[in-house]
Design a protein around this ligand. Structure first.
Ligand SMILES: [Zn+2]
Length: 92
């Protein structure tokens, strides 16, 4: 699962990179913060790949593994999910 996640992440980064290459017109108002956040050591949501100041440590897959997700994804992932286990809250 970790390898899959990294692979997905690489694909997303590559797509962003290609899009940036295509759109050579610079848009100063467009924040590039998300890309920068992905490179920091801050935890980011396993599901939506967004960093949040408060993350929730859960298991929601089989075989079980601990991941951090945001509140919105937690609510979505735990719904009707027998593999869901809550493991604590992580704050910056
Ligand atoms: Zn999320």
């Amino acid at each position: 699962m970790i390898r899959d996640t990294n692979f997905d992440c690489d694909v997303i980064l590559t797509v962003h990179f290609l899009l940036d290459q295509k759109n050579t017109v610079l848009k100063p108002n467009k924040p590039n913060k998300n890309t920068a956040d992905m490179k920091t050591r801050d935890k980011q949501c396993e599901a939506c790949k967004t960093a949040f100041p408060t993350m929730y440590r859960i298991q929601y897959t089989t075989p079980k593994m601990w991941v951090f997700v945001c509140e919105q994804c937690l609510l979505r992932l735990k719904k009707d999910n027998p593999a869901y286990t809550y493991g604590g809250t992580w704050k910056l």
